[in-house]
Write a new protein. Sequence first.
Length: 282
Amino acid sequence: MDSTDAIKQLGGGSLLIAWQLKNKKVLIVGGGEVASQRIESILTADAIITVLSPEKGLHPRTRRFIELRADRITYHDRPFQGPEELDDKDMVLTALDDNDLSQRIVEMSRERRIPVNAADIPDLCDFYFGAQIRDGPLQIMISTNGNGPRMAALIKGRLQKGLSGLEGEAITKIGQLRNKLKERAPGVGGQLGKQRMKWMTALCNSWDMEDFTVLDDVMMEKMLDEGWNKDQHVPTVQEMGVSRLEKRSSHSTPTIPYLTIATAFLAGAAFSATLLSYWRRS
Ligand SMILES: C[C@@]1(CC(=O)O)C2=NC(=C\c3[nH]c(c(CCC(=O)O)c3CC(=O)O)Cc3[nH]c(c(CC(=O)O)c3CCC(=O)O)/C=C3\N/C(=C\2)[C@@H](CCC(=O)O)[C@]3(C)CC(=O)O)/[C@H]1CCC(=O)O
Ligand SMILES: NC(=O)c1ccc[n+]([C@@H]2O[C@H](COP(=O)([O-])OP(=O)(O)OC[C@H]3O[C@@H](n4cnc5c(N)ncnc54)[C@H](O)[C@@H]3O)[C@@H](O)[C@H]2O)c1
């Protein structure tokens, strides 16, 4: 990537970022199907939403969001009135069947330097939405940079097939462990920061991702006591007594992924007993 040619050729894409919208004010103009998808995405990001649309144009999903999430959504049953609608807003989204109005709202937003997305005018968008895969803290966005939104949805399906469905849980556990580590080794940057990063990186690299899902509070403390606190040793799965007999292979199979040896033994014993009694009867 760092070759001269590669550096000279950088460009033509968009910046992929995880925008932090918590408690920011988002205006959505329009209440149809696309608006309902926007509301879902924006609610996920904990923003405060204002929806503007005549009541007769509301999609049933939009209606449901408005009814059920009054804590986050203010709804106005009226058409867009003018630039004052943009006062205090941190982001503006249009999802309108009126291309001219959409364009004017983009211009108004631009004058006020408010980031704006117009669902019907890609060329004027400051950012695009993408197909999303979410699993707890794991967020994957697929973007075709405006070329083929349906393709993004199809690629999402492909990627989902390759995930175990346990990644989100594993990441949650890693997040908890990182917080505990930061409590033991506080501070930003410096030598300690480097050591912390090295330990976390080595740990993440050496365990199977799914193994992290079995960690509980006690095991995390043990890992830090017997790992980090002892010369920053990276504990192995075996040292931690993590026993894994079965790994969930597909996103769509909601089986219990981990069995303790005892449970597996009991299950095995019960199976053999059933088999034996069947043989005796026949
Ligand atoms: C990914 C997704 C996310 C989301 O919307 O949340 C998304 N569109 C989705 C679906 C979808 N959209 C359309 C179809 C019909 C088939 C087709 O046209 O392909 C389908 C398929 C379907 O519904 O299955 C029609 C369409 N889309 C845009 C226009 C305007 C235009 O292009 O002029 C038109 C009318 C075109 C026309 O009139 O012909 C524009 C945009 N749509 C984007 C995102 C941005 C680019 C993202 C990217 O390139 O990756 C961008 C640029 C702006 C934006 O919206 O931010 C979501 C799938 C989510 C999922 O299923 O998981
Ligand atoms: N980006 C995407 O993913 C995507 C996908 C499909 C369609 N689109 C485009 O997005 C737009 C919206 O699609 P949709 O299916 O939600 O359309 P829709 O017809 O269901 O919704 C249009 C909404 O605009 C509202 N509206 C109209 N005039 C208004 C005004 N003056 N003030 C406030 N609200 C007003 C209506 O009440 C309605 O709720 C279309 O232009 C479509 O081409 C984008």
